[in-house]
Design a protein around this ligand. Structure first.
Ligand code: UDP
Length: 241
């Protein structure tokens, strides 16, 4: 059996990944399938932290485009990530994986507040840690949260699980049949080519702190484990070459 290539990872799940075909809300079967995939990785002995988005419920930018105050709309987005995180925790624990949710906005009746050293301790004890409520600050994204938390907990890699694409392409593969899939690309190339993998704040954080990013599809069962075992199924983004 191939062993895991990483000791500690951050898995970034967009809100959409939890919504299945509907594109909104939470689809329990989809969450169960993701939880089963996370379990496979945890059982390899890999320490798993998860950052969950909220776009399946609410995005701050959409609210602000409808005339809402941007910061207020962003706080609503952060609250959406907490709902998703609790749903994922429920599925993981039903599958026998001890899980802690830590929120960047205090909500002590619901989850622990984010405390870096405590999060590391949970990981060392092989508990899955879900980081909810983004960075706790408006005007940021959960991609930036993944980069920030990965740097803080010294994760070796961010696994960016996608439900609509299986890697990074030179162009939108749905619109352009000639679009080429990259196996590996640098952050600098990604930024220069304007590839919309993650926002610039998140990519700068990854680049400056030398954090690898792997973009792959979560739609195929077992893919998280494949990536963790080093199979080149998606696109690896790294350093500055
Ligand atoms: N958000 C925020 N600060 C953060 C993280 C998230 O304000 O640090 C808000 C923002 O409004 C965002 C929403 O939460 O639109 C949901 O997060 P995101 O869009 O990153 O979710 P995803 O696209 O991954 O589902």
């Amino acid at each position: 059996m191939t062993t895991a290539q990483y000791r500690r990872i951050v898995l970034k799940l967009s809100g959409e990944a939890l919504s299945g075909d509907q594109g909104y809300g939470i689809e329990p079967q989809v969450i169960q399938s993701i939880a089963a995939q996370v379990r496979e990785v945890a059982e390899l002995g890999v320490e798993v932290a998860v950052v969950v988005g909220g776009g399946n419920i609410w995005r701050g930018k959409v609210g602000s485009e409808m005339g809402m105050d941007r910061a207020t709309a962003d706080y609503m987005g952060m609250l959406a990530t907490i709902m998703n995180s609790l749903a994922l925790q429920d599925s993981l624990e039903k599958g026998g994986i001890p899980t802690r949710v830590q929120t960047s906005i205090e909500m002590r009746q619901v989850a622990e507040p984010y405390i870096r050293r405590k999060a590391i301790r949970h990981l060392e004890k092989k508990r899955v840690v879900i980081f909810a409520a983004g960075t706790g600050n408006p005007y940021f994204s959960t991609d930036t949260t993944a980069a920030l938390r990965a740097a803080e907990i010294e994760a070796e890699v961010i696994l960016m699980a996608k439900n609509n694409v299986d890697g990074v392409y030179s162009d939108d593969p749905k619109m352009n049949k000639e679009a080429e899939k990259y196996t590996e690309i640098s952050y600098m190339q990604m930024l220069n080519k304007g590839l919309g993998v993650m926002d610039s704040t998140a990519s700068s954080l990854c680049m400056d702190n030398d954090i690898k990013l792997i973009v792959f599809s979560i739609m195929e069962k077992g893919n998280i484990k494949r990536v963790v075992q080093g199979e080149p199924i998606g696109t690896m983004i790294r350093g500055n070459k």
